[in-house]
Design a protein around this ligand. Sequence first.
Ligand SMILES: C[S@@+](CC[C@H](N)C(=O)[O-])C[C@H]1O[C@@H](n2cnc3c(N)ncnc32)[C@H](O)[C@@H]1O
Length: 451
Amino acid sequence: MSPAAGSAARDVAYAVLRAVSSRDAYANLVLPALLRERDLSTRDAALATELAYGTLRASGTYDAVLATLVDRPLHRIDPPVLDALRLGAHQLLATRIPSHAAVSESVELVRREARSATGFVNAVLRKVGRQDLVAWTEELGRDQDALGRLALRHAHPRWVAAAFADALDGDLGEVERALEADNAAPSVTLVARPGRAVPEELDGTRPTRWSPYARVLESGDPGRLPAVRSGAAGVQDEGSQLVALALAAAPLDGPDARWLDGCAGPGGKAALLAALAGQRGADLLAVERAPHRARLVRQALGDDATVLTADTTTRPYRAGSFDRVLVDVPCSGLGALRRRPEARWRRTPQDVAGLGSLQRELLRAALDGVRPGGVVAYATCSPHLAETRGVVDDVLAERDDADWLDARDALRTATGQDLPELGAGPDVQLWPHRHGTDAMYLALLRKDAAS
Ligand SMILES: C[S@@+](CC[C@H](N)C(=O)[O-])C[C@H]1O[C@@H](n2cnc3c(N)ncnc32)[C@H](O)[C@@H]1O
């Protein structure tokens, strides 16, 4: 790697960190735009991605290191300087970049933005580099319990590691595997929408483990595939596909003609549901409250479904009128941390608590919308028990017209195989480290036929 080339990658990584910390930007949106704008070589683009995503993923751990080395709270450090320290710490502790280059390049970044801080950055980073990451996490973890040490070592906030532990029956070995899996870049998975594309026509892809419609893109931009450009295929995590497929596969007596997606934006699951519904002659109504997200649903669905911009909790439909209903409710997103490197440090336990009443209200509205004998799927992209089984248990406890279906059976019908490690049921929690999917949760409920 030539020094100039490495500098270009560092500049991009630093610009991403600045955008994330100064204007709450999403790294996965900012980085591709910057890579295009600065025209980096493939190799430099890979380095910039590693530096930006690696720094963001572990920034809480790097902050804990830095906090031991400076004489003021980190929030009192000028933000451009703090970002340069984080990027420098990442290079020193988690890459093979030589220490002298990591320190001097960080000083150069700061010279442009905050000249007076160059000596400070130089001194702090030299101290960061005096031991490796394992030694740092051991030092910092001395006062912590085993879970706290795991969280530090694998760069997650402790409360997130605790939520994973709750959902994994306290098995710390498995919690560690779950945390590790969050730090690995996920592959790009495509869905070939049934009736519109066949998976084999997606060039440069290979089959996945579970979904018959899924393919992994080996490399490159999915937008180069004609089927993706036409909307016959799309980018979609395999766990999201399994949620839609399980709802469609759940057994149903009587009509199967009217389906509802009550939380449709931006339209990934709705597009798959619409394709499946179309094959059976059923119609899908996709409801989304946020107008800009409803527009994305319209783009994704075209003429395949009716899209309504409305609040599902107001029940903008006749009670008992749907045969199958999905509510993929707004949640903390703790199940998709692989995809959003900065997300784990932005979320708080208060976010989870704050979503609880909306999640319950959306599930109630779904149960009111489905006909007797019909099926409701409640889904989250989070394994946090307060967003998953806690919600379903509470809502079922307050009404006597609905009960659990075994979601594992529906997954077996949908995929033709037994997925391993689905737990004792009747609900299903998928995990990156077990299934290679996002950590999607799925509960299937049946409205009593007599109600
Ligand atoms: C987790 S996302 C759904 C993702 C979507 N199912 C997909 O696969 O692309 C939740 C969506 O619910 C929407 N939402 C939140 N509250 C809502 C409400 N009361 N009524 C309808 N939609 C709502 C959010 O704007 C968001 O787009």
